[in-house]
Design a protein around this ligand. Structure first.
Ligand SMILES: Cc1ncc(C[n+]2csc(CCOP(=O)(O)OP(=O)(O)O)c2C)c(N)n1
Ligand SMILES: [Mg+2]
Length: 618
């Protein structure tokens, strides 16, 4: 019989607990024996056991909104001093847990009511699923007690609702199972490609009591395909091949290893959108985002002219990050990922290596001598020159009367701390910031990539600021995205979370206009309300600032950053003449993919509308 570490810990904890219950005579003298770290031991209610388990899992904050089903849990959070944050909407609860997880690397936790609480949270959970973010979603379900009546409030099919937006839904049927099931949820949220996991607990179990004795689970072993790794390293050992590294979010906890690998291979490093910061973008081998026409010019040029084999690490070539699949095929692609389902879906592969990125790097370093390239000063010089040209091109100002959005992003970067946490919302601000907001540290640049959930940045930033006290935290949000979650700014005021909210105001869904105008020669449903942002800020109880002209950029951003509380800043922008590489690349791909018949219909419609001198916009 083999005895696992878990069995040993369990035996130790039972011993400790039974010692604690020793003879009555010395009971008064006895100090309560604390459970060993990470264990949940003793007689308590289901709600207390849940909170003890969250503490054992080292949760720093629970996000959500209480309801009749969860009041026991929220009361226990307070008693046991586990910090919580009340949100205004459950989309925000999921998204705050997401911001927490991306910025700390630990699973974020939300606790919500069934029914509307759950359906509200689905969008945020969907973002976490597609973006590989570990979250544990606790749902207090309707009662499953023997005397429970039908037609309980919020009685939807929660398991069915959660399944498509999570890695797995756990249900708890007995109070005694709460800690072990919650631990399994944490374990699975972290394992392999991370993602959200739900635990559905009937609320009557929170009230029931049981004797618990639950210890930590062992981490799930990392996959490693040794043979595929050997073949990949053999290919990398061919010094005639020039390597380029394409690093995704799966590299986030291996930043020093990626830098070392790049230096060993003398490889330029590009990142996916969510991989930004894995390598400091100021590093002489860092070339920025993507390697197609949608990302930085530097990455595109370097990978086109100086790379034979792409080494893709912890990344899945998703549509948004690749500009609608614009990354060009190179002669060889080695794809290393913890999720086999990512392999060969978009790009043709030379080698697929089912492995954690850290494990792969360790193997590579063991063969460092076979992989090492000679120092390539010329390559670094080319990268430096391309970066300089790129900065110059980005500096060009296209907005005539108000602020150029790219100029704003660059100025904001210059004035913020290198470790500032930047949360960017979807579409234009996202493409511009991913191009030019230089990230120099891992887990500092965040955006909702593959679910493109508008309004994500505001709650995500609040979730992060809550546990990164004193760290500069900001959002860059289009005015349409702002409207989706602006109410959460009231949470910043209530909790004194000093997030700086920048809204790029063009009074439109400019992205939709960019897509619609060339195809339909008119726009439909793209114009937004004219808002009085100053009054909004006052209503929410946060400070206000406005940036209308290029001259105001620097002084006003400085003023905002110096303020010690939350600030809403309206930046009046004009995108109209600013070329956006992602849009141009995606548009070219879209046109390319139309069938001849579809193309004929598009052209015929354009021709029929071209004569219209007064297009019906909106
Ligand atoms: C929840 C949700 N609804 C709709 C969309 C489709 N969509 C993507 S971007 C966008 C407009 C964004 O507008 P804004 O925030 O003003 O940014 P801008 O395009 O003006 O830069 C819309 C409607 C989406 N991604 N998410
Ligand atoms: Mg807009």
């Amino acid at each position: 019989m083999t005895i696992s570490r878990r069995d040993l810990l369990k035996a130790a904890s039972v011993g400790a607990a039974s010692l604690a219950c020793a003879s009555g005579a010395d009971a008064q003298l006895r100090q309560p024996v604390p459970a060993p770290a990470g264990w949940v031991v003793g007689q308590m209610s289901g709600a207390d056991a849940l909170v003890e388990t969250l503490r054992a899992e080292q949760v720093d904050c629970v996000y959500g909104i209480p309801g009749a089903q969860e009041n026991e849990v929220w009361d226990s959070l307070k008693t046991k001093r586990l910090p919580y944050l009340l949100t205004t909407h459950e989309f925000s609860a999921a998204t705050m847990a997401d911001g927490y997880a991306r910025s700390t690397g630990k699973p974020g936790v939300l606790c919500i009511v069934p029914g509307p609480g759950l359906t509200n949270a689905l969008t945020g959970l969907g973002e976490a699923l597609l973006d590989s973010v570990p979250i544990v979603c606790i749902v207090g379900d309707v009662s499953n007690a023997a005397n429970a009546l039908p037609f309980q409030v919020h009685c939807l099919n929660h398991v069915a609702l959660l399944q498509p937006v999570t890695k797995r839904v756990f249900t708890v049927a007995r109070v005694a199972d709460i800690p072990d099931v919650v631990r399994q949820a944490f374990q699975l949220a972290r394992a392999g490609e991370p993602g959200p996991v739900a635990v559905v607990i009937p609320y009557n179990l929170f009230l029931e009591a049981a004797r618990f004795n639950s210890g930590p689970l062992e981490a799930i072993a990392l996959p490693f395909d040794a043979e595929a790794c050997r073949r990949a390293l053999q290919l990398l050992g061919d010094r005639r091949l020039r390597v380029g590294i394409y690093a995704g979010m799966g590299c986030m906890d291996h930043a020093p290893a990626i830098v070392r690998l790049a230096e060993l291979l003398q490889a330029p490093v590009a990142t996916s959108m969510s991989g930004k910061g894995v390598v400091p973008e100021t590093h002489p081998l860092a070339v920025g985002w993507g390697y197609g026409p949608h990302g930085t010019r530097t990455a595109e040029d370097l990978f086109r002219n100086h790379v034979d084999v792409v080494l893709a690490l912890g990344v899945k070539f998703s549509e948004v990050s690749t500009g609608f699949n614009s990354n060009p095929e190179r002669r060889h692609l080695i794809h290393v990922d913890i999720n086999q389902a990512s392999f060969g879906r978009i790009m043709r592969n030379s080698q697929c290596v089912h492995s954690d990125v850290g494990v792969f790097c360790t193997q590579a370093f063991e063969q460092a001598d076979a992989l090492r390239r000679t120092d390539n000063a010329r390559l670094r010089e080319i990268i430096q020159l391309r970066k300089r040209d790129e900065t110059r091109a980005n500096d060009e100002v296209f907005a005539r009367t108000c602020v150029d959005p790219m100029r704003f992003v660059q100025c904001l970067r210059r004035l913020t701390a290198p470790d500032a946490l930047a949360f960017v919302d979807v579409t234009l601000s996202q493409y511009l910031a991913t191009e030019c907001f230089t990230a120099t540290q891992p887990r500092t640049f965040f955006n909702p990539t593959d679910n493109q959930a508008m309004g994500w940045s505001i709650p995500a930033a609040l979730g992060a600021q809550k546990v990164h006290s004193g760290r500069q935290t900001l959002t860059i949000t289009g005015d349409g995205c702002f409207l989706m979650s602006a109410t959460e700014i009231s949470t910043a005021a209530r909790e004194r979370l000093p997030v700086k909210f920048f809204v790029l105001d063009d009074q439109a869904y400019h992205y939709m206009q960019e897509l619609q105008s060339p195809a339909y020669l008119r726009t439909t449903a793209t114009i937004l309300a004219r808002l009085d942002y100053r009054s909004l800020a006052m209503g929410y109880g946060v400070a206000y600032q406005e940036i209308r002209t290029p001259d105001e950029l620097e002084p006003r951003i400085r003023t905002v950053l110096e303020h010690n509380g939350p600030v809403l800043t309206r930046v009046v922008v004009d995108y109209r003449r600013r070329p956006i590489r992602w849009i141009n690349a995606a548009r070219a791909r879209f046109i390319n993919e139309l069938s001849p018949e579809q193309r004929r219909r598009f052209l015929a419609r354009i021709a029929s509308r071209a004569a219209d001198r007064q297009p019906q916009n909106d």
